[in-house]
Design a protein around this ligand. Structure first.
Ligand SMILES: C[S@@+](CC[C@H](N)C(=O)[O-])C[C@H]1O[C@@H](n2cnc3c(N)ncnc32)[C@H](O)[C@@H]1O
Length: 270
């Protein structure tokens, strides 16, 4: 079955499984920006989000391995993951996934702490006002910045579009902006466009190819297209692919760009 759900001159949505897709060439991607399932029992249509922790780490290893092969040698990877998890047993998810990524072959650059300021997500205090077993959880997420072989970027247009103020603010690894509303977007776990926007402007050149292996509602592709990069997104659920397509086609800034080309060849032709 042809996995290309939608394609125009700026974006391509693949209705596919990132673990098995054959639609993306090896060594073809400049930047990956993604937020994988967190295994915190979110009700996705087509993905079970409450597997055991060892199973979750095995799933993570498999998709990280695929992403590693898709990146160019100077390709970068911005991985949005939780710091900790306390639902269904405490785990150092951020540390564990970072370790796995290094085992898979990624090189480590830095960790950005995203201060979401979302304290409403707290589900438990542990022992209330007692030292017997209190729970501590930080209202932050991580954006782990990794790369394949070389940090210095030599491929691509060489053209950056970041402003002086953006560069100064965003190279400070504490980013503060709010999370996205699930209700507004119509997806159970969207990130705000500010997250891929910053990653794309800071870590890629104009004209680069950006991949999101867990596309969800399409946020990364909207940001990529708005910033004149080519975006490829993989999403296992057809209704989320449809949502992503609808969001792209209704983004006012992209209206002049969304003329279907009719060219349905896969990423390797880009
Ligand atoms: C955390 S959400 C991503 C949300 C996205 N950043 C956004 O802004 O909407 C993870 C997505 O991964 C999808 N997914 C889960 N397993 C997948 C797989 N094996 N291949 C591709 N997509 C998958 C889920 O359906 C879900 O939409």
């Amino acid at each position: 079955m042809d996995p290309i759900f939608y394609r125009d001159e700026r974006v391509m949505i693949l209705h596919d499984d990132i673990l098995t897709t054959r639609a993306i060439s090896e060594n073809s991607i400049d930047l990956i920006v993604t937020s994988p399932p967190y295994n915190v029992d979110i009700q996705y249509n087509s993905h079970q989000d409450d597997i055991s922790y060892p199973e979750y780490l095995e799933f993570t290893r498999l998709w990280l391995t695929r992403c590693f092969s898709f990146l160019k040698d100077d390709g970068r990877f911005c991985l949005n993951i939780p710091l900790d998890k306390n639902k269904g047993g405490q785990q150092s998810v951020g540390a564990d996934i970072t370790t796995l990524a290094k085992e898979v072959g990624f090189k480590y650059h830095a960790t950005i702490v995203w201060n979401e300021g979302n304290i409403s997500r707290r589900t438990a205090w542990g022992s209330w006002m007692s030292a017997s077993a209190p729970f501590v959880i930080a209202p932050v997420e991580l954006i782990v910045v990794l790369y394949k072989k070389r940090w210095r970027k030599t491929s691509g247009s060489g053209q950056s579009d970041i402003t002086r103020d953006e560069f100064m603010n965003w190279t400070n690894g504490l980013w503060t902006f709010s999370g996205e509303s699930k209700k507004k977007v119509g997806h159970p776990a969207p990130f705000p466009i500010e997250l891929p926007r910053r990653c794309i402007k800071l870590f890629s050149f104009v004209g680069d190819t950006v991949l999101d292996p867990f596309l969800g509602s399409g946020t990364t592709l909207i940001a990529a297209a708005m910033l004149n990069r080519f975006g490829i997104g993989v999403e296992i659920d057809a209704s989320y692919c449809e949502l992503a397509k609808r969001r792209i086609l209704s983004t006012p800034e992209l209206l002049q760009h969304t003329l279907p080309t009719g060219n349905l060849d896969a990423a390797q032709d880009h």
